[in-house]
Design a binder for this molecule. Sequence first.
Ligand SMILES: C[C@H]1O[C@@H](n2cnc3c(N)ncnc32)[C@H](O)[C@@H]1O
Ligand SMILES: Cc1ncc(COP(=O)(O)O)c(N)n1
Ligand code: MET
Ligand code: SF4
Ligand SMILES: [Zn+2]
Length: 424
Amino acid sequence: MNTQIEKAKEGIITAEMHIVAKNEKVEVEWLRNEIALGRIVIPKNKNHDFPVIAIGNGLRTKVNANMGTSEKHCHFDEELEKMKVAIHYGADAIMDLSTGGDLHIILQRIIQESSVMVGTVPIYGVATRLLAEGKEIKELDPEDLFREIEIQAKMGVDFMTLHCGVTKVSLSFLENDSRVCGIVSRGGALLKRWMKENGKENPLYEQYDRILDICKQYDVTISLGDGLRPGAGADATDRAQVAELLVLGELVDRARDKGVQVMVEGPGHMPLDQIEANMKLMKRLCGEAPFYVLGPLVTDSAPGYDHIVGAIGGTVAAIHGADFLCYVTPAEHLCLPDVKDVKEGVIASRIAAHSADLVNNVGGARDRDLTISKARYDLDWESMFQNSIDPEMARKRKMESESSEEDHCTMCGNLCAVKNDKSM
Ligand SMILES: C[C@H]1O[C@@H](n2cnc3c(N)ncnc32)[C@H](O)[C@@H]1O
Ligand SMILES: Cc1ncc(COP(=O)(O)O)c(N)n1
Ligand code: MET
Ligand code: SF4
Ligand SMILES: [Zn+2]
């Protein structure tokens, strides 16, 4: 037995389960049962050592930060710096989405240096090498894809996005239900092109059992990718998105039956009033699997501020069932994020996650808010700083003001409401 879900099903409580139960303040036997049922995952490759974090039902909402080189901007040190900054500001996971330079070298360094779980999208590496050799997507050999999955599993990748739900059937729904923005998923668009040009089914779907065998060996958590997610508010909850979700639901069952941990990825661009229904539909169709959302982005009209757009959507999503928020940075839709964008993206997502945790009453969120609320009324600035989501920012703003040494702040000066209220 290799995987957390296999052990959980056998009634075994692993060291990792003990750590998670302690950190999340939940009962370990309850946690084991949730893992056995697949409602919670502990993404941790057998070849990667780091302090484990779990994702799913009844736990604190987790945050992922994407990074990685691109063809047009490729500096390893900068990506490693982004990784450190993301973790420093509280990311629970990072994804290396590199598509420039020697991908295995950068991934190896990221795995070595990351103190949080590491995710990848293996098809990116295969496609990057193909294009570098001057070949067409049509020429992608499915065997290279399975080889890449195996290499990355051996290297210690903890979770992998695999777009297994882009099938002939799910794609067919795009034909009569046209979209404003087509396919915006990189993996989804690659697979659609390969399938159309070769007239073949998606190998990640057709040979899903091979993926399961590899993931089981190393306890890699599968993150079933949303290759047909809507890329415009107007495309949200269309037939293709829902058709893909139906496929993903079946693949969740097959992973669990084989003892492989699995989560499901979701949208995407989506008006605020559709988010609740989408979360409930996903949870129902996918056997309550942990749900990993990108955003959702509640308007298409704010490039430059998409971290705010994503945090609004992410809060509502997490209130209604999303377990894992993939950050969106101010660079989204414009350019590769820089180090500052990474910080802003992580902070925005953590605010969203914490706001939802307050509603859901998980992860000690309410205690934290109560502590900072009391500190605010006590004009206890040090405690306010320390309990902030971004303590450095809170301290800097107060300390750089004219009232740095005073109990009130420059907003009201001696008209400080708290001081006047208390001195009565
Ligand atoms: C699916 C999500 O992944 C993000 N994304 C894709 N590649 C990278 C990268 N190299 N660095 C950071 N984010 C990336 C996109 O911004 C999209 O939102
Ligand atoms: C939540 C989430 N969804 C999707 C992807 C993959 O990106 P893509 O589908 O564009 O290849 C991702 N990295 N994270
Ligand atoms: C067309 S831009 C690619 C990423 C996009 N923001 C998305 O939701 O999928
Ligand atoms: S516009 Fe930019 S972010 Fe959007 S799919 Fe194209 S390259 Fe990626
Ligand atoms: Zn987008």
